[in-house]
Design a protein around this ligand. Structure first.
Ligand SMILES: Nc1ncnc2c1ncn2[C@@H]1O[C@H](COP(=O)(O)OP(=O)(O)OP(=O)(O)O)[C@@H](O)[C@H]1O
Length: 594
């Protein structure tokens, strides 16, 4: 089972390396078993006073020992080769597979699991041949050969020795069964404790500000307690099979000693040297078997990690229907009867019909959780809709290669991501071939100019890990600049400017306005100005589109948008002029209430 799994992960190309290692190890154990048995005729001859006869066996014993050593060396090298192949193959296979997965797969949970599997998990799997399989084979195959050979000298004693094997196998199975049950509980408790610890650390500001440090600590403490309880339970549960294994070995030794004595008492005195020689062999059988249950934990751990890799590899990439001969030439977006749910029975979007003509700007509005981000994600094909079709330029997204789709879309999502590098490197990621002039242009559009002026290194200032040396607003400006530099025909912006202060909000919205008519823009924003200037405003509620039209049309409809507008513009310190309905959208529509 474990070997089949290992072969599956190595792939057909590398399977011969595993097969070679296993054969070498098997032959090594068999030769070792035969070599051990050579002591019997030597002892027999010595006890019979035939030292010369004993000496005849010595070259054979030397040959067996040398062959065992050579085979062991070759098998050990083979084990390392398997580990190296695993190292090369696993990371590449997982890496190649992960890049083919839909963006929606990259949840924090999956990303965390991926990181753990690629670091800790792969190392556990690599150690499997050398640390677990090799000693396990030595502890089982060699004694089996010895017992099989014992039948030639005394079948009764061999039969007694053979009884140990089913017992050891049963204990090995028992250890695995108990371990698997506790492993799951220990892993769940460790994950819970980890999450509570991060939560506790991240929420320090809130907890301290509200004088409630203990509330957070109580949860963390409870998770740690549960983890230590799960660990203790695991220790207690894995102990009995280990003890039983050692107890069985000792009992077997006693039994075999009693057997030898019994055979000696009632038997032929001529047979005595053989029985004495068997004493030496018994040690070769019993000693390694005492260790068998201890390998169970390592094999189980590697097995769990192999399962984690298999789970990642079994995640389905989004299907590619019959690919297109030519990519779309126009960049309008259409959601046709689109429904979507993350979990069965919990719809997030219900029969959405939406047409966004090319080079127009659309603002998506709706209460939190109404599905705005999900619409953007469906257009970027994070997921496929449960029903209906998303099209760009009349082409079903399922017919577009991922690279092609990514070429025509420039997304800025809420969780802006920066790499540890310089500002320039982060922006250039949008288009590596961009000229200095183009960089300057997007810098101005995204209002990065003042950030660059302030930082001592200018464009070449480091942004820190995940952009930690920048403020939230600065990070977002870098992401906007990057998206603008990409110069894709479609731009998706999710709350892109929410981290900006008022002045910069309107600056960025000004920048977006410059893109107006040049790109198909879909924005989720709270900026009144950007909303008002959009060609189309789409209002979502209860998984459906409840209103759509431009600012003036929706104000005239006196529906949700009009109510939202009144409330927001009042709270933002703006008032709607009486003539608002009659004038084309423009910044001069608004006057400060102050
Ligand atoms: N990965 C996910 N798994 C399960 N449910 C999700 C997931 N992402 C979002 N949801 C749920 O889908 C619904 C719509 O979420 P979405 O993020 O699209 O809303 P939104 O309108 O963009 O919200 P907000 O304005 O707060 O960002 C919410 O009820 C949310 O809880």
């Amino acid at each position: 089972m474990i070997v089949r799994r290992l072969a599956g992960l190595l792939g057909a190309d590398n399977e011969p390396v595993l097969r070679r290692y296993l054969w070498l190890m098997l032959v090594c154990c068999i030769v070792q078993g035969f070599t051990f048995v050579l002591v019997v005729p030597i002892i027999q001859s010595l006890l019979a006073g035939d030292a010369r006869g004993a000496a005849w066996w010595l070259p054979l014993l030397a040959l067996g020992t040398a062959t065992t050593w050579l085979l062991n060396y070759a098998a050990t090298v083979g084990g390392f080769r398997v580990a190296i192949k695993l190292l090369e193959t696993l990371r590449h296979r997982v890496g190649d597979h992960v890049v083919s997965l839909p963006l929606g797969w990259f949840t924090p949970q999956n990303t965390g699991r991926l990181g753990l599997t690629l670091s800790q998990g792969v190392m556990d799997i690599l150690g499997l041949p050398a640390r677990q399989l090799t000693p396990l084979m030595r502890a089982t195959v060699t004694p089996l050969v010895v017992v099989a050979m014992m039948t030639f000298f005394d079948w009764r004693l061999a039969a007694m020795a053979a009884v140990i094997f089913p017992g050891v196998a049963l204990i090995y199975w028992w250890a695995g069964r108990l371990g698997r049950a506790t492993d799951r509980a220990v892993a769940a408790a460790a994950a819970e404790a980890g999450e509570r610890m991060v939560e506790f650390a991240q929420n320090q500001v809130v907890l301290r500000a509200y004088g409630c440090s203990d509330c957070g600590y109580a949860l963390f403490d409870a998770a740690l307690l549960a983890q230590s309880r799960a660990n203790r339970r695991q220790l207690w549960l894995v102990l009995p099979p280990l003890l039983a294994n050692s107890w069985l070995a000792q009992l077997s030794f006693l039994l075999l000693m009693a057997g030898i004595t019994w055979l000696a008492i009632g038997g032929d005195p001529q047979h005595l040297p053989t029985l004495i020689a068997m004493l030496v062999l018994i040690n070769r059988v019993v000693d390694p078997l005492t260790e068998v249950a201890t390998y169970s934990a390592g094999i189980r751990m590697a097995s769990a990690q192999m399962e984690a890799v298999e789970t990642i590899l079994s995640a389905e990439p989004l299907p590619l229907l019959r690919p297109l001969a030519a990519p779309p030439a126009v960049f309008d977006i259409e959601l046709d009867q689109v429904s979507f749910s993350y979990r069965p029975g919990v719809p997030v979007l219900d029969t959405i019909n939406l047409k966004l003509p090319a080079n127009t700007t659309t603002a998506l509005l709706g209460v939190s959780g109404s599905g705005k981000t999900t619409i953007l994600q469906l257009i970027a094909r994070f997921h496929d809709p449960s029903n209906g079709t998303v099209r760009i330029g009349g082409v079903d997204l399922r017919r577009l290669e991922t690279a092609e789709l990514m070429r025509i879309i420039s997304p800025v999502f809420q969780d802006t991501y920066l790499f540890s590098g310089t500002l320039r490197e982060n922006v250039l990621l949008g288009r590596l071939t961009a000229s200095e002039q183009e960089l300057e242009q997007v810098m101005k559009l995204a209002r990065l100019d003042e950030v660059i002026e302030r930082l001592p290194g200018g464009w070449d200032s480091p942004v820190g890990e995940r952009g930690s040396l920048l403020s939230g607003g600065e990070r977002q400006r870098v992401c906007i600049a990057r998206a603008l530099l990409k110069d894709a025909p479609i731009m998706l912006l999710d709350e892109a400017a929410s981290g900006l202060d008022g002045e910069n909000q309107s600056a960025v919205s000004e920048g977006l306005r410059m893109l107006h008519g040049r790109k198909t823009l879909l924005v989720i924003t709270h900026q009144l100005e950007a909303i008002r200037n959009a060609d189309r405003i789409v209002v979502l509620d209860h998984q459906r589109i409840v209103e759509q039209g431009n600012h003036l049309q929706l104000l005239a409809a006196k529906g949700r948008y009009a109510a939202f507008w009144q409330a927001r513009s009042a709270s933002a310190g703006w008032r709607l002029l009486a003539s608002d309905r009659d004038i084309a959208p423009d910044r001069s529509h608004y006057a400060s209430a102050s």
